[in-house]
Design a protein around this ligand. Structure first.
Ligand code: VGL
Ligand code: ZN
Length: 189
C-alpha cells in the first residue's frame, strides 16, 4: 500500500504492555509477534519526525473492571506494576513520543485511548488529521480507540499486520464494526 505519511499524521501504539503479552495475566495470543512490525512503523514515523503515542492501561488496584470489584477481568495493568510496563522489545523513540495512560480512575473503565485522556487535544493542537493505529487488543482497546477517533473526526488508518485480537471471532467482528464505522484498513506501510 502506498500511503504517504504527511505532517497531518500521527501513530498510536495501543497497550503493548506485559500483562497483554503471552504469559501475562490477560494475554493476547501472538501479541508479541506483532512487535517487530510495530517497531518498524514506529521507526518510520520517528525518521519523519511525526509524533508517536503509546497508550497504556493504567489501573488503580481496586479498579471497577476487576473481578474482585464485580468486573469482567482479572486484575491487570495496575499502575506502576511489572505487568503494566511496556514490553521491553517495544521500540520507543526518545523524542516526540507521548504516553497516554487510561483507565486511571477507580470507577471508570476506558477502552478508548481518547477516554478521559488528553489525546484529542494533543492531536488537534498539532494539526493531526489522520491517526495510524496498531496494538492490542483488536476487539477491545484498539476497536474503541478507532471508534473514538472517528467520533472526534480523525481518520483512523488501522495497520492490519500490527493488531491482534483476544479471539479470532472477536477480531473478525471488531474489524467489521470498525469498517462499518468508516475506518480504513491498510495491508502494510
Ligand atoms: C484491554 C481488557 C481490559 C485492552 C484493556 O487493552 O484491550 N482489554 N483492559
Ligand atoms: Zn483494562
Amino acid at each position: 500500500m502506498n500511503v504517504k505519511i504527511t505532517d497531518k499524521d500521527a501513530l498510536i501504539v495501543v497497550d503493548m504492555q506485559k500483562d497483554f503479552m503471552p504469559g501475562g495475566v490477560l494475554e493476547v495470543e501472538g501479541a508479541d509477534e506483532i512487535i517487530p512490525y510495530i517497531n518498524g512503523v514506529t521507526k518510520m514515523f520517528e525518521k519523519l519526525q511525526r509524533p508517536v503515542f503509546f497508550s497504556r492501561d493504567w489501573h488503580p488496584k481496586d479498579h471497577i473492571s476487576f473481578v474482585d470489584q464485580g468486573g469482567r477481568w482479572p486484575a491487570h495493568c495496575i499502575a506502576g506494576s511489572e505487568g503494566a510496563r511496556f514490553d521491553e522489545r517495544l521500540y520507543m523513540p526518545k523524542d516526540y513520543r507521548f504516553i497516554i495512560s487510561k483507565g486511571t480512575s477507580k470507577d471508570f473503565d476506558a477502552y478508548s485511548a481518547f477516554e478521559g485522556t488528553l489525546l484529542e487535544n494533543l492531536l488537534k493542537e498539532r494539526g493531526i488529521k489522520r491517526l495510524f493505529v496498531c496494538g492490542v487488543a483488536t476487539d477491545f482497546c484498539v476497536k474503541h480507540t478507532v471508534l473514538g477517533a472517528l467520533n472526534l473526526d480523525f481518520v483512523p488508518l488501522v495497520l492490519k499486520k500490527g493488531i491482534k485480537g483476544v479471539t479470532p471471532k472477536g477480531e473478525k467482528e471488531a474489524v467489521e464494526e470498525m469498517l462499518k464505522a468508516g475506518a480504513i484498513f491498510l495491508e502494510g506501510i
